[in-house]
Design a protein around this ligand. Structure first.
Ligand SMILES: C[S@@+](CC[C@H](N)C(=O)[O-])C[C@H]1O[C@@H](n2cnc3c(N)ncnc32)[C@H](O)[C@@H]1O
Length: 269
């Protein structure tokens, strides 16, 4: 059989079939190609981070929040973690998805890949060990914020998120629109579609400032071309311990100017 361009030599074909990335006769499933592309792109960013962390600590721990079917956890494990002493925990509140992932991990003998049925919010109390890397790929709405708070709580060396649609900030912008429209800048979110876009953009700006206020150096980039996914912003935060001087003040000012003070607990620590 011809080698398939997307499949890397060390990958488990059984895993790719079980994740429906390959069909039973070994061809790439067109519906899954997009997900595979996203995960591979993400892997290009995560691989050097895993290498760096592994050098410092052999039994490192990566926690993947809002794991869903655990594509990311399985592929990271298969490509990198299985060849090291590291561990991966996928956190997900849908028991059915957890059961499927646990079954697959058992079948593939991926012994250091485990799963936790939990709301992200409560998971910090359930994971005792130090956490080195936190990921969240398209964790719905405010679940990304919960993943950030988890990473901050655990003082993770790296926090890597690709946010999903975010509705909370947009709903507050909408609620307070009449009051905001006194200022010309509110034109930026007067129309419904702009409210949604502005809400999403503002959320990610506040997330970056939150990370910077807590001693993280933040890089924001595009995950894959927009043709692959609309939810495409990749935020990589590396813990340096240097808190950005004006970040907290800027969060406060932004929340005030956009009439978003009700969201203080989300973006301020
Ligand atoms: C859009 S899916 C993404 C799944 C996976 N990360 C991926 O990219 O394929 C989001 C997942 O997050 C889970 N989720 C959402 N909010 C959560 C929360 N607060 N705690 C735990 N899981 C959550 C959902 O059940 C869903 O499986």
């Amino acid at each position: 059989m011809q080698p398939i361009e997307e499949i890397k030599p060390q990958q488990s074909i059984e895993l790719l079939k079980s994740l429906h990335i390959l069909t039973r006769d070994g061809k790439v499933n067109q519906d899954s190609r997009r997900k595979l592309k996203q995960v591979y792109h993400l892997y290009q960013f995560i691989e050097p981070i895993l290498t760096e962390i592994k050098e410092i600590k052999e039994d490192y721990l990566l926690v993947d929040h809002g794991a869903g079917k655990s594509y990311l956890g399985f592929i990271l494990y298969d490509l990198f973690v299985k060849l090291s002493q590291g561990r991966v925990i996928g956190v997900e509140f849908n028991q059915k998805l957890i059961d499927q992932s646990e079954k697959l991990a058992r079948e593939l003998k991926f012994e250091r890949l485990s799963f936790l049925t939990s709301d992200i919010n409560s998971s910090a109390n359930l994971i005792d060990s130090p956490v080195d890397i936190v990921t969240a790929l398209h964790a719905c709405d405010t679940a990304t914020d919960d993943a950030l708070h988890f990473g901050l709580n655990k003082k993770a060396a790296y926090i890597i998120v690709i946010p999903c649609c975010q509705a909370e900030v947009a709903s507050h912008l909408k609620k307070n629109k009449a009051q905001s429209l006194k200022m010309p800048l509110a034109e930026l979110w007067r129309h419904g579609i702009h409210t949604r876009e502005m809400g999403s953009h503002l959320t990610n700006v506040l997330r970056c400032l939150l990370l910077e206020s807590q001693g993280y150096q933040v890089t924001v980039t595009e995950l894959v071309g927009w043709e692959h996914s609309m939810k495409n912003e990749l935020i990589i935060a590396k813990r340096t311990g240097d808190k950005k001087g004006n970040a907290t003040e800027r969060i406060e000012k932004i929340l005030h100017e956009f009439n978003l003070e009700a969201l203080k607990s989300r973006f301020l620590i």
